[in-house]
Design a protein around this ligand. Structure first.
Ligand code: S3P
Length: 174
């Protein structure tokens, strides 16, 4: 049993949900995707929350969820890319979690997200410019993580192994 949660953080399109799900399966523990959890709690899609109630409402749902997750153990958690924008969430998730950043170069991110329509922040304007702008705005935000993996440089299996090996080496998992 893991004493801490494993919390994947990082920008949109870096592979948090896919890698998180696979890691949870490998470790035999529960997986929480914060976007999906918020959709379940509210009964609305992320896009609907942004459209009907605004970004502030979504960020407040993220904060409520972070508070709830801070009291739980043994989870693999994939966070939405904006979760760490609120420093209170950083503290909450770090309390009982090890933060791992997934990252990728801007062109890799653009390629991965370009045919997906569910991300409200990427709907307007030129996609490359939006991604570059957001990455610039968020510079340093994901440095709250203690370890980072560039998923653009590795195959999916290799990226999963890098994360798994790090957690083992540090004694977070057996
Ligand atoms: C967001 C990232 C999304 C989702 C929402 C806002 C962000 O999650 O939470 O659209 O601000 O970076 P993913 O990182 O899973 O795409």
């Amino acid at each position: 049993m893991m004493e801490k949660n494993i919390v994947l953080v990082g920008f949109m399109g870096t592979g948090k949900s896919t890698l998180g799900r696979a890691l949870a399966k490998r470790l035999g523990c529960r997986f929480v995707d914060t976007d999906l959890a918020i959709e379940e709690i509210t009964g609305l899609s992320v896009a609907q929350i942004f459209r009907r109630h605004g970004a502030i409402r979504f960020r407040s749902e993220e904060n409520l969820l972070a508070k709830r997750l801070a009291g739980q153990f043994g989870l693999v958690i994939a966070t939405g890319g904006g979760m760490l924008l609120n420093s209170a969430n950083v503290e909450l998730l770090k309390k009982n979690g090890v933060l791992i950043e997934l990252r990728a170069e801007p062109d890799v991110i653009v390629n991965r997200v370009k045919n997906k329509k569910h991300r409200p922040l990427l709907k307007k304007g030129d996609l490359s410019e939006t991604v570059t702008g957001l990455l610039r705005e968020r510079e340093g935000v994901y440095d709250a993580a203690e370890f980072a993996v560039d998923t653009g440089q590795l195959s999916f299996a290799a990226a999963l192994n890098v994360v798994h090996n790090y957690l083992k080496k540090k004694g977070y998992i057996k």
